[in-house]
Design a protein around this ligand. Structure first.
Ligand SMILES: Cc1cc2nc3c(=O)[nH]c(=O)nc-3n(C[C@H](O)[C@H](O)[C@H](O)COP(=O)(O)O)c2cc1C
Length: 308
């Protein structure tokens, strides 16, 4: 019998545990030309701000060994544009929509969430407290447990939707941030966002990104993501979306063994939008071969060395 991949992530009912990582598949328009967005367990949109923002200057993408540096920043048409122009398309698909929100100040987050709360067809709000490349104070929100908790608490008070805190790895102790957002009401955490990085063109001696510093994603960050998911799994009770360098179904299984309930795929989708089919199929076959019925059966089931 085929394993049952249905996944319940803090009340979000998903057909499988594979979701898009925010910012790597826009608002679904491009991918919907390739296939039915209902293939994903959930579709997470690019972070949305209250007003329109242009994002950072170009060039803002640079490939590097084992990954990708980006300094897109939060490019957003604003929340009202999203509701009028993007949400109607997403509503046509049988897929839970997770709306990622970002802000330049603590107050902006609940303002965006309040507007979204009135709309049909949204399954959860993901709060991007972690974007490392905003020019304003935004870069430090996710590094401070107290401010991170404050933002989550403020968003929670405006909405009855599940609230997911998207955490940055650019911190000393990610468990402190995870515990704080849990205490302030987060229903789940998603981690990791990109790691701060930089690259220099040795011929021109100029930084490869106009913003100088960007965020590193892709396979090179996977071991960091696995470590942080495992640490957070052992520190909080709320479910985890494991993200960072997932290119194959094996990577997805690794995250689930580390403690993830769902997995987010980002850079891999930029390289090959169809990879999602292989990842879902691979998870199913792995479970079947191991005589298991659900991915929950292996969640956090890493076998640790015996302590002497
Ligand atoms: C081009 C690009 C844009 C991104 N934009 C966002 C964003 O708007 N909000 C967010 O929370 N994360 C954003 N991310 C981070 C991803 O959601 C993900 O956390 C990160 O890339 C690690 O996963 P990956 O290695 O599978 O790409 C972006 C990543 C990339 C590569």
């Amino acid at each position: 019998m085929k394993p049952d991949l249905t996944t319940n992530l803090c009340g979000i009912k998903m057909s499988n545990p594979v979701v898009t990582a925010s910012g790597t598949s826009g608002y679904g328009q491009e991918f919907s030309q390739f296939y039915d967005l209902g293939v994903f367990g959930a579709f997470t949109v690019k972070s949305i701000t209250i007003e329109k923002r242009e994002g950072n200057p170009t060039p803002r993408i640079a490939e590097c060994t084992g990954g990708l540096l980006n300094s897109i920043g939060i490019q957003s048409q604003g929340v009202r544009h999203f509701i009028q122009k993007d949400l109607p398309l997403l509503r046509q698909y049988n897929v839970p929509v997770i709306v990622s929100i970002a802000g330049l100040s603590v107050d902006e987050y609940p303002r965006v969430a309040t507007i979204l709360d009135q709309e049909e067809g949204i399954s959860a709000i993901e709060v991007n407290i972690s974007c490392p490349n905003l020019e304003a104070d935004g870069c430090s929100f996710g590094g401070d447990p107290e401010i991170s908790g404050q933002i989550i608490g403020a968003v929670k008070s405006t909405t009855s939707l599940p609230v997911i805190a998207k955490l940055t790895p650019n911190v000393t102790d990610i468990t402190a941030i995870a515990k704080s957002v849990e205490t302030c009401g987060a229903d789940a955490v998603a981690l990791i966002n990109t790691l701060g990085g930089m690259a220099i063109d040795i011929q021109t001696r100029k930084p490869k990104l106009a913003n100088i510093i960007g965020g590193l994603s892709g396979p090179v960050i996977k071991p960091i993501g696995i470590k942080m998911v495992w640490q957070v799994y052992n520190a909080v009770q709320i479910p985890i979306i494991g993200i960072g360098g997932i290119m194959t179904w094996e990577d997805a299984i690794e995250y689930i063994l580390a403690g993830a309930t769902a997995v987010g795929v980002g850079t891999a989708l930029l390289q090959d939008p169809w990879v999602v089919f292989d990842i879902i199929e691979g998870i199913s076959e792995y479970l079947e071969k191991n005589g298991l019925n659900r991915s929950d059966d292996i969640r956090g089931k890493i076998k640790l060395p015996e302590t002497p």
